[in-house]
Design a binder for this molecule. Sequence first.
Ligand code: PHE
Length: 453
Amino acid sequence: MEQNRAKFGGKLSAVLVAAGSAVGLGNIWRFPSVAGDNGGGAFLVLYILCVVVLGLPLMIAEFSVGRATHQASVGAYRTLNRRWTFVGYNGVLAAFLILGFYYVVSGWTLEYLFQSVSGTITQASTPEAYSKIFENFHLDPWRPVICAWIFALMTHAVIALGVQKGIERISNILMPLLFVMMLILAIHSLWMPNSWDGVKFFFMPDFSKVTAQTVLMALGQAFFSLSIGLGCMVTYASYFNRETNLRHTALNVSLLGTLVALLAGLIIFPAAYSVGIFTPDTSPTAGPALIFITLPAIFNSMPLGSLWAAIFFLLLVVAALTSTISLHEVITAYLHEEWHLSRKWSNALTTASMLVTSAVASLSLGVWNHWRICGLTIFDTMDYLTANILLPLGGFFTCIFVGWLLDKKVLRNELSNEGKLSCHILPLLVFLLRWVCPVILAIIFLDSLGLFR
Ligand code: PHE
């Protein structure tokens, strides 16, 4: 298996490819809106805690499982312990559901990029008008679906190029571009008058808004934005070469992910306060519409608005693409390795199933809005079910498996690259995976289900 398996080339590639998966709409679209609704700075603190205490050890664990076996998630768990194959399946299911709604939001970014380039984005004048544009876009039965489909086909094209020529090359080009664009936009936002109010809103912790639900949200957000708990990092690590330093890669990916989430907040909130869409007296509700309604209104009131809008939405498209590639790869690699289909057919089957799933998710926000599961639209159900249930569960079982059952020799080998690197952190890692992570995960999870009330 190992000899003829595709491998990512350089040292930096592992970081860029994994960061490509991690950095996405989760950091730029989901994070500021969830943080804005859940106490701003307080949420930020919880999020960073979740990344450090739970996210990092889990990412290292997933990397080790993937590289030790050189197989995608289902095969990897099966090879290590047949009874734990279900963790792999849980991940493939989660990837399928996430990708279904992720394509929808990615499609919106494409639509808004078109609108920015054509200049129509700066034609409305009030936030209400932008809200109406967003609503009308959703009520159109076809347009959002077609945008999601275009995105799925773009992803398909990259996967079709293969692991090295597609995934690795695209990540190496797009990730640096993304950081440069974000830096430019953040500096621009901070330069605007009254931007400080936005910075204060973003960093000022309001612990009165913190409930068990907030903690679960921070956890879900950390897992979602680090792409862990679903075998995505297992699958990517199966393409890492023997020289890749797993600890450093995990650390760099988590740092980059957090940095991008911070930059996204620093792009959005200062600008929102500066143009008066948010004010210090009205505590704003952010919500998912933040980027698609509030931001266009913000761009509109800036000189060269269409240009800034075009840069921003291009950035979102880039971030989304490197993430959809990784989710698509989880399913494609699963079909290729488990169903023994060729990569070409696995890719085609993944794309075909996604065309259907993303269309359903998209229509559930428009013409099928009345179809509800426990009051949530199909789209919101897919989001909630994955971020708040399947990923924490996947994370929980990964900790138990790697912490308690996996032969420590495997872990030591992976951490030290067969003895070439020091592995002082092994005892700490095992301690976190055995005790800290599962206990915290279990408490947060059970509490969110209302078991302690
Ligand atoms: N981490 C990605 C983001 O933040 C989403 C994602 C989740 C990608 C799970 C792959 C796996 O947008």
